[in-house]
Design a binder for this molecule. Structure first.
Ligand code: LMR
Length: 348
């Protein structure tokens, strides 16, 4: 009985003691919580890209950081790794999947390991001009493609322009047959590889950071790129024959690691989307400006030949490259090709 009473008293004391501890912990949490919240580290966005800091994409990345610093101070911080300083695009995609990076803006031709459908943008002559490409990207298919890689760990947030791809070679260049036997550096896209095989060219996929050396050493005697990229690497010094076919456009997808994005607070995501919309408009305006200036500078260098093909010449290129569309229709999805054709028909 006495023992039972003792036990009863002990249990009561233990309960009171526990209650006191709980109250104390609740008070301590209430006092400390604001400080904990304030001292929480801002989410870090590590943003990698391969072009220079003065390219449209490089300026866009810096502007993105500036606006995040202004509007999301204490909540989000951005570190930029430009010029392939830390990662080439293929490595950047891997780093995103391995949680070592949060953001990148690779060319649409670089997503082959994650999505075959994005190669729709590499089909020669599918998009008539930049306005057509823009309408497709802003339409239902373009928007769907942004979220199509979520299951693989990537979320697309925006498309950024660069410009039409120009083919540059060592040899004189007018007609498709002129490229026979050449070796071209390409971006790692099956569609681009097929395009060059139809021209009897050996395609070699190399990172952007290797293009200049490959042209200097003669590993390749041709490549295709935007005017601004050709100028920034001075590729026209080694590959001085250029043709403006407007067969494809160099365009980027700004992607973020899906797991990182999903963990951000809703208001932070909304602000980041707003910032990106502003930066996208700026990048696209700059892309036009910079490509025009780069073309003019290259033309003025005097040592190049720029061919603007007339309708007949262009038809010859279109005829040779036409099979690519059917060859890849089932790979990229017929519905995407049909949508691109429908948008083109609407605007004609
Ligand atoms: C290339 O690899 O040629 C381009 O995708 C580089 C770039 O990001 O503009």
């Amino acid at each position: 009985m006495y023992n039972d009473y003792l036990c009863f008293c002990d249990i009561g004391r233990v309960r009171r003691f526990r209650l006191a501890i709980c109250r104390w912990l609740i008070c301590a949490a209430a006092i400390c919580l604001p400080f904990v919240a304030v001292s929480a580290e801002p989410a870090l966005i590590r943003f990698s890209h391969v072009t220079s800091e003065t390219s449209p994409k490089g300026i866009g990345a810096k502007r993105f950081k500036e606006l995040v610093d202004q509007r999301l101070a204490g909540k989000v911080r951005v570190e930029i790794y430009p010029g392939a300083r830390r990662y080439d695009d293929d490595r950047a995609i891997l780093a995103l999947l391995l949680d070592e990076l949060e953001m990148a803006a690779p060319s649409l031709s670089k997503f082959r390991p994650v999505s075959r459908r994005l190669q729709v943008f590499d089909i020669p002559f599918l998009f008539q001009d930049l306005a057509h490409l823009r309408r497709f990207q802003e339409g239902p298919s373009g928007r769907e493609l942004l979220t199509s890689m979520e299951g693989r760990g990537l979320r697309g947030l925006a498309y950024w322009d660069n410009g039409p791809r120009v083919i540059a070679t060592k040899r004189p260049l007018e007609l498709p047959g002129d490229l026979k036997g050449s070796v071209f550096r390409i971006e790692p896209s099956d569609v681009t590889a097929a395009q060059y095989r139809l021209l009897d060219v050996v395609p070699i996929a190399l990172p952007f950071s290797r293009v200049r050396d490959a042209a200097i050493t003669g590993l390749v005697n041709g490549q295709e790129n935007s005017w601004s990229n050709i100028a920034s690497k001075r590729l026209h010094n080694y590959l001085p024959n250029l043709i403006e076919l407007d067969h494809t456009y160099l365009s980027y997808m700004v992607v973020i690691r899906a797991s990182f994005w999903n963990e951000l607070a809703e208001d932070v995501r909304a602000e980041l989307e707003e910032i990106l919309a502003e930066v996208t408009a700026e990048v696209n305006r700059l892309a036009l400006e910079k490509n025009k200036a780069a073309r003019a500078a290259i033309a003025a260098s005097g040592s190049v030949k720029i061919t603007e093909p007339g309708p007949e010449q262009k038809s010859a290129w279109k005829a040779v490259l036409a099979p690519v569309r059917e060859q890849f229709a089932d790979v990229v999805g017929r519905e995407l090709i049909e949508e691109a054709a429908r948008i083109a028909a609407q605007s004609n």
